[in-house]
Unconditional design. Structure first.
Length: 208
């Protein structure tokens, strides 16, 4: 059986609450989906996600990924803005330091053997992807790897014109804090729109 799973960085408790509030403020009178909560769809920065075979052990593989990169106790990422991403996505875009690139490369190397490539959505419309996003999707079934990796917290999805308008007017409703702190890695079950719907394994960044 194929399972749709992901690895993510999770924000500290304070910044988890800040991300939930940010989604509410950005949305204004519109409901961005899925709704972020501390007990349900967690705010997160995806490292990698996709379809995996049952042979994958989330706890063991998360430990391998974490152990393959020298991680500090906390990772601080600078916010680079509220951005629109086709189609209908609203992201809090974050910087992409070498540490994060290295973490993704480690995840891709370790998890590659477990990818259920037959489950890739080959019928997906990628016409609005960039060339690097299209290449990433073809190779890994995920839009954001390698040159296309774009660290972000997903604030939700809406109808295309609504998402574009929310991003265009975001500065009228909210002031985004300049830096976000992450202190845990998780292996999760993907939910609506790729949400962090269920935690299968979790570890602090500085766990040996």
């Amino acid at each position: 059986m194929t399972r749709w799973l992901g690895i993510a960085l999770l924000p500290s408790a304070d910044h988890q609450r800040a991300a939930i509030r940010l989604q509410e403020k950005i949305g204004g009178g519109h409901q961005l989906r899925p709704t972020l909560t501390k007990d349900g769809n967690l705010p997160h920065v995806t490292v990698f996600q996709g379809p995996f075979t049952d042979a994958l052990d989330p706890e063991a593989e998360l430990a391998k990924v974490a152990g393959s990169v020298a991680l500090p106790g906390e990772v601080q990422l600078a916010a680079t803005g509220i951005v629109y991403q086709p189609t209908g996505w609203v992201f809090l875009s974050l910087e992409r330091p070498p540490l994060l690139e290295g973490l993704q490369q480690a995840a891709l190397h370790i998890l590659d053997a477990y990818l259920a490539r037959e489950a890739f959505d080959t019928a997906k419309d990628t016409s609005r992807f960039s060339d690097s996003e299209r290449a990433s999707f073809a190779r890994y079934g995920y839009r954001y790897t390698g040159d296309a990796y774009a660290p972000h917290i997903t604030l939700g999805r809406a109808e295309e014109h609504i998402a574009q308008d929310l991003v265009r007017t975001a500065s009228e409703r909210v002031s985004v804090q300049p830096e976000w702190t992450f202190d845990r890695l998780s292996f999760y079950v993907m939910g609506e729109h790729g949400a962090h719907a269920e935690t299968l394994a979790e570890r602090t960044l500085d766990l040996p």
